[in-house]
Write a protein that binds this ligand. Structure first.
Ligand SMILES: CC(=O)SCCNC(=O)CCNC(=O)[C@H](O)C(C)(C)COP(=O)(O)OP(=O)(O)OC[C@H]1O[C@@H](n2cnc3c(N)ncnc32)[C@H](O)[C@@H]1OP(=O)(O)O
Length: 408
């Protein structure tokens, strides 16, 4: 059943109501004044949509401006979509569909070639062209710094930050290093205020924040809290954030965390799939992998711009057909050759594609998370010409697993 609804951008005077609606949709109460003062900063002017039925607000979605690092070193504007919710008595009537369409049209108008989000449930966003583009793993490491192999990279020095240094220092370090890996995104001041400063200043929580200094200055950091809740054993640290420019800095930060007194384990959620913890440890079993989860879902809003912006591995040319019923301007046949991409015709034109995918399927390979061959094998892509599959694998290959590392 669909109902008559209107979707439109919300003014600043309606953001608190939108946030309360979202909070209720995820079974949380409304923010108090102090909480709202923090959390409101994630809302960027003009980027929140509301859906109304008979004048009443029944659905909302917002985004904040960010940049996304793509393979090859470039980064492009991206809308970081968050706080999506529909009132429980209005679900399954097309409200989210209308919000998503409005938001994607808005991103296209703003010239943002991507939107990205973290999904509360994995079945929601594929129909709008989102594909699972980065994944992570949850690891629990026995806390014992002597477990790091003597030959493991040592890095430079690690220092703890005072509470009032945490946000200003880490914001700058993150901005310097976040876009080195495909999938990395920039954070707004509103993000820092909501995600970190709130914990430090409003909740007065104990925060262990450490910075690594390498040969070129500060190049990595970690934020950890005492793990709370039934999933954490006694004396566990929960690693909220660990970004580093390279492996020596990563190893030094882990060595530091594993050596903190009165800590028996350190749990990192959604760590990069290729973070080589087991290779750094003398006892690889000290690192228990507790699960793999989806991290970010990517919507390629402007396929020609996105395909042109990323780098490609050395490969013979590939003709890729992209289908996109939601954003039809993306549909067409793209030729990827000599490290570049161009659209060479419509899907029903004389240039026949060797491989075909949807926007969601393309997003799964775009940052390097999945190889075209695995997507063909599992039916996400089709291969009218199977000989093109290894060529596509070589073209889309990336040296590192894509990873975002920012919760939004
Ligand atoms: C980025 C983020 O903020 S993630 C947080 C998302 N929000 C939540 O999870 C809060 C709780 N849930 C909700 O608010 C709503 O159920 C939403 C936003 C997930 C979906 O809103 P709705 O208005 O019900 O979606 P809509 O009616 O447009 O659904 C479109 C299609 O998606 C399907 N769908 C929607 N939600 C789900 C779901 N959770 N699981 C499976 N299918 C779903 C619908 O069945 C429908 O399919 P159909 O066209 O074949 O009938």
């Amino acid at each position: 059943m669909t109902v008559a609804h209107v979707v439109e951008p919300l003014g600043s005077d309606e953001l608190r109501a939108a946030h309360t609606l979202f909070s209720a949709a995820i079974h949380r109460g409304p923010a108090d004044d102090a909480g709202w003062a923090r959390t409101s900063q994630l809302y960027s002017p003009g980027r929140t949509f509301g859906a109304r039925v008979d004048g009443a607000l029944v659905g909302t979605a917002t985004s904040f401006p960010s940049e996304l690092a793509v393979p090859g070193g470039a980064s492009l504007p991206m809308g970081a979509v968050t706080r999506v919710g529909v009132r429980a008595d209005h679900t399954r009537r097309g409200i989210l569909t209308a919000l998503m369409r409005a938001q994607l049209a808005d991103a296209a108008e703003r010239g943002e070639p991507f939107t990205s989000l973290r999904a509360s449930e994995a079945r929601i966003y594929g129909r709008f062209g989102y594909g699972l583009a980065t994944r992570g793993r949850t690891v629990r490491v026995r806390a014992d710094a002597t477990l790091l192999r003597p030959e493991a990279p040592r890095g430079g020095t690690v220092r703890l930050l005072a509470r009032d240094e945490i946000v200003p220092v880490l914001r700058d370090v993150h901005a310097r290093i976040a876009l080195r890996r495909p999938g990395g995104i920039t954070r707004t001041d509103g993000w820092w205020s909501m995600a970190v400063a709130r914990r430090v200043e409003v909740e007065r929580a104990h925060v262990l924040a450490a910075v690594h200094t390498g040969p070129d200055g500060d190049d990595g950091f970690a934020i950890a809290y005492r793990g709370e809740g039934p999933e954490f054993p006694e004396r566990a640290l929960e690693l909220f954030d660990l970004h580093a420019a390279d492996l020596p800095a990563t190893a030094a930060l882990w060595r530091f965390l594993l050596g903190v007194d009165l800590v028996e384990s350190v749990q990192g959620n959604l760590r990069p799939l290729d973070e080589p913890l087991e290779l750094l440890l003398s006892d690889p079993r000290a690192c228990a992998v507790r699960g793999h989860e989806d991290e970010t879902w990517l919507r390629i809003v402007d396929v020609p711009a996105a395909l042109a912006a990323r780098g490609y591995g050395a490969a013979e040319p590939v003709l890729l057909g992209v289908h996109d019923p939601v954003l039809e301007a993306n549909a067409g046949v793209y030729r990827i050759a000599d490290g570049a991409s161009e659209r060479v015709g419509p899907l029903d034109g004389p240039v026949r594609p060797e491989l075909e995918c949807t926007a969601a399927g393309l997003a799964m390979a775009y940052l390097g998370d999945r190889r075209p061959s695995e997507l063909v094998a599992t039916g996400w892509w089709s291969a009218p010409d199977p000989a093109a599959v290894p060529r596509a694998d070589a073209a889309f290959a990336t040296p590192a697993a894509p990873w975002c590392g920012t919760y939004f």
